[in-house]
Ligand binder design. Structure first.
Ligand SMILES: Nc1ncnc2c1ncn2[C@@H]1O[C@H](COP(=O)(O)OP(=O)(O)OP(=O)(O)O)[C@@H](O)[C@H]1O
Length: 462
């Protein structure tokens, strides 16, 4: 590890970390140009987006139009009403494979925020026979928040179809419910298994089985067992299995191939895993207490757009949010110990921009798509769980979770910032491992000069 002339942290050798693409030099367009409020940054974003979808090297690029991908007219209407004009690379590549007959399994990988949801949602909507009132597609996600978001996409894209949908998430259906007839059911694996076992969901007509965040859903340290249970309840040989994620670590890859046999595969190289539009920084804090002080100092910057602060533990998220609230800051905290209706309210308020800062755990590290989020803070770096238990301070960093966490910003070509807090030798080394694994430089920001801090961040968001 070295510092450059400006005192910025650089990797031990440049070869370790391929140079990050320079931010595109943008021609100044008329209109609001600062990032001082949400509206102006949205304006800049739309300019950048059009440029990127025309850049052959961008994950947002496609040579084709949505019409050329063989989608039904009703779905095209839905897509255009959502404001999409051209497919992204993953949509262009995956959809023809997903929609061809006979149906073939798919393992699809593409960076965070590049439009994987549309690829699997359009497949489910395309494969349904709307004349039958039976469940024909199911989709599993790792959190209720993500399941709810996927449902919103299904209902928007399917607005001009007859699609009926239902949730398989905790506390949603009354326990007395005896039959679900919706075409598509979206949920989390535990509740989905329960509804299938109790025959509330009739599995006999299911043709499509989607796993979003598939590496997480299949990981034996995560939701693997529960997901396998759902699969084993499905009819054999008639179900198209579709796995999508931004990451497929080696230890899950071979299991994924068994879970979705003979699948078409779209894979990323290791150095392509995270998107270039997220500028990564770190702040060198003195100790745990200093981390908290820095966070409160950052508050004015955190509220320029919207921010997500990730902690390792629920109690840290609660403690920080209580302290900050007591000091007059407006923040919300969200984690798995809160009850279902509270979780829904918190994420909905954040999505609507009623709250600007969300303090959370890994529960929403994956999939959550909120375009106004322009900053992610790793208050604690993500760490691997130790065998059969929680992570310890000495654990290895969890590279996949890191990639997903920072991917909550920089959605579909938008600019975003991530900041890691490091406070001792151990966390410094963990961050160095993250930098090495992702091949992206993480730049130091001084903690003692708010103006410099602000300038650097605003520059990164431009
Ligand atoms: N073709 C398109 N044109 C414009 N916007 C799009 C297009 N496809 C997707 N988007 C938008 O891009 C954003 C990111 O898409 P999505 O949430 O599907 O990403 P993802 O690849 O699933 O990311 P993650 O890996 O984080 O789950 C969404 O707001 C979505 O509406």
């Amino acid at each position: 590890m070295q510092k450059d002339a400006d005192g910025f942290y650089t990797p031990a050798s440049k070869e370790d970390a391929p140079a990050e693409a320079k931010p595109e030099e943008k021609e100044e367009k008329p209109g609001p140009s600062t990032n001082s409020d949400l509206i102006s940054s949205t304006f800049e974003v739309s300019v950048t987006l059009a440029d990127q979808q025309a850049d052959v090297n961008s994950p947002l690029y496609s040579a084709k139009t949505f019409e050329e991908l063989g989608l039904h007219q009703d779905l095209l209407k839905g897509i255009y009403e959502m404001g999409f004009s051209k497919p992204s690379k993953i949509q262009e590549r995956a959809l023809p494979l997903l929609l061809s007959n006979p149906p073939t399994n798919m393992i699809g990988q593409s960076q965070s925020g590049t439009g994987k949801t549309a690829a699997f949602v359009l497949t489910m909507l395309s494969r349904i026979d709307y004349s039958k009132n039976t469940t024909q597609a199911i989709c599993l996600a790792p959190s209720r928040e993500l399941a709810r978001q996927i449902m919103t996409v299904i209902n928007s894209m399917g607005k001009f179809t007859q699609v009926q949908t239902e949730y398989a998430i905790k506390d949603n259906l009354p326990r007395s419910a005896t039959r679900v007839t919706a075409h598509i059911v979206v949920g989390t694996p535990g509740t989905m298994t329960d509804l299938m076992r109790r025959k509330v969901i009739d599995v006999s007509g299911i043709k499509v089985f989607v796993l979003d965040e598939a590496d997480n859903m299949l990981d034996q340290d995560g939701l693997g067992d529960q997901t396998l249970r759902v699969k084993n309840l499905l009819p054999r040989n008639q179900v198209q299995i579709i796995l999508f994620s931004a990451t497929f670590p080696d230890h899950v890859r071979s299991f994924a191939s068994k879970f979705a046999p003979n699948a078409n595969k779209i894979e990323l190289q290791k150095e392509e895993l995270s998107v270039d539009s997220i500028r990564q920084f770190y702040m060198d804090c003195k100790d745990e207490e200093h981390k908290y002080e820095i966070l409160t100092t950052l508050y004015t910057l955190l509220t320029i757009g919207q921010s997500i602060i990730f902690c390792q533990h629920r109690h840290t998220a609660d403690r920080i949010s209580q302290k900050m609230t007591a000091q007059g800051h407006k923040v919300a905290s969200l984690h798995g110990a809160k009850d279902a209706s509270e979780r829904d309210k918190i994420i909905d308020n954040f999505r609507d921009g009623k709250e600007k800062v969300l303090i959370t755990t890994n529960v929403i590290a994956r999939g959550i798509d909120i375009l106004q989020v322009n900053m992610v803070v790793n208050y604690d770096l993500p760490l691997m769980s130790e065998r059969g238990g929680a992570p310890s301070e000495d654990s290895r960093p969890d590279i996949e979770t890191y990639i997903h966490r920072i991917g909550r910003t920089g959605r579909f070509g938008r600019k975003g910032i991530s900041i890691n807090f490091v406070h001792d030798r151990k966390t410094w080394q963990q961050m160095e491992q993250i930098e090495k694994a992702t091949g992206k430089q993480i730049i130091r920001i001084e903690t003692n000069d708010l103006d410099v801090m602000e300038e650097k961040m605003k520059k990164a968001l431009k």
